[in-house]
Write a protein that binds this ligand. Structure first.
Ligand code: FPP
Length: 283
């Protein structure tokens, strides 16, 4: 249940989004099931199934699947912006992905670099702010420079926060945060008893982001794969069979409708509380 304070803090959202008038009737029908308070603040996505998509389409090269996946990235970023979602985090390249064959790693880096340059105009037009999590220093100097420039250009944008997880691994992130806390404690700057949830979260790459409310994974795999392990403690999980290159706006809207129908309790109960003594009186 949303508190009054939470709803007061939310920016006013005009609904339905004007752009949705250009959507096909089927998508507008899906949208009619949703209202701004139903939407997650932060969506995280594990974009899986590019390789299988390529194979299913008779393509020998897995890279064709990654290329097709870019079109889904474009459409989902645009849709999240139009729906006034606050943040979208995409698992674009994990720490473990470095173990893929060299030509696939190079192709993924090339795609990322092209995307970051080609999308600049669209990101600016839609007020999208680019952010990253992960160990960015692992990336090549060229990709780091492209990233830095796209971040700089979009830094003042007030719309969707598009967070790319790059060379990201949740255990690595947690270890880096732990080392930082230990080092502050060793220098006498931090009393270990001060380390609570909020303090630890402030040392993570996601320090200034709300935790994801909804985690989507495409392609039918049912695992988390070292993604945002700390942050998804209370996220709703949505797994779909659809391969990432086929995941489009209608699939996102379906995920949002399912999310809306989930009963989020955060460990509490969502029934009116009746004290045991009153229950005895009622019986
Ligand atoms: C997993 O599919 C996907 C990836 C490891 C990379 C995702 C990258 C993109 C969608 C393109 C680049 C992204 C951006 C934001 C520019 P997989 O290859 O593991 O598929 P499989 O399980 O079917 O083999």
């Amino acid at each position: 249940m949303r508190t009054e304070i939470e709803s007061l803090e939310k920016p006013k959202v005009f609904w339905p989004p004007v752009e949705s008038m250009e959507w096909p009737e089927s998508d507008r029908h899906l949208l009619s099931n949703l209202q701004p308070p139903d939407l997650p603040r932060h969506i995280a996505i594990i974009m899986d199934g590019n390789g299988r998509w390529a194979r299913r389409h008779g393509m020998a090269d897995r890279i064709r699947g990654h290329e097709a996946g870019i079109e889904s990235v474009r459409e989902i970023v645009r849709a999240c912006g139009q729906l006034k979602i606050e943040a979208l985090t995409l698992y674009a390249f994990s720490k473990e992905n470095w173990r893929r064959p060299d030509h696939e790693v190079s192709a993924l880096m090339r795609l990322l670099d092209c995307f970051l340059v080609q999308e600049r105009a669209e990101l600016m037009e839609n007020g999208v702010k680019l952010e990253t999590i992960g160990k960015i220093s692992d990336l090549s100097p060229e990709v780091q420079a492209t990233l830095a420039e796209t971040k700089r250009l979009t830094a003042k944008n007030q719309g969707l926060r598009l967070v790319l997880a790059l060379s990201y691994g949740a255990r690595d992130e947690i270890l880096r945060a732990t080392r930082e806390a230990a080092s502050r404690a060793a220098k006498g700057e931090l009393d270990p008893n001060q380390i609570d949830d909020a303090y630890f979260a402030s040392l993570l790459d996601t320090a200034r982001l709300p935790d994801p409310d909804l985690l989507i994974r495409t392609s039918g795999e049912v695992r988390i794969s070292n993604f945002l392990l700390w942050q998804i403690a209370y996220a709703e999980l949505y797994m779909t069979q659809v391969f990432w290159p086929d995941f489009r706006r209608a699939n996102l809207l379906e995920a949002l409708i399912e999310y809306k129908n989930r009963d989020r309790r955060f460990g509490r109960v969502n029934e009116p509380t009746i004290a045991p003594a009153d229950r005895a009186l009622e019986a």
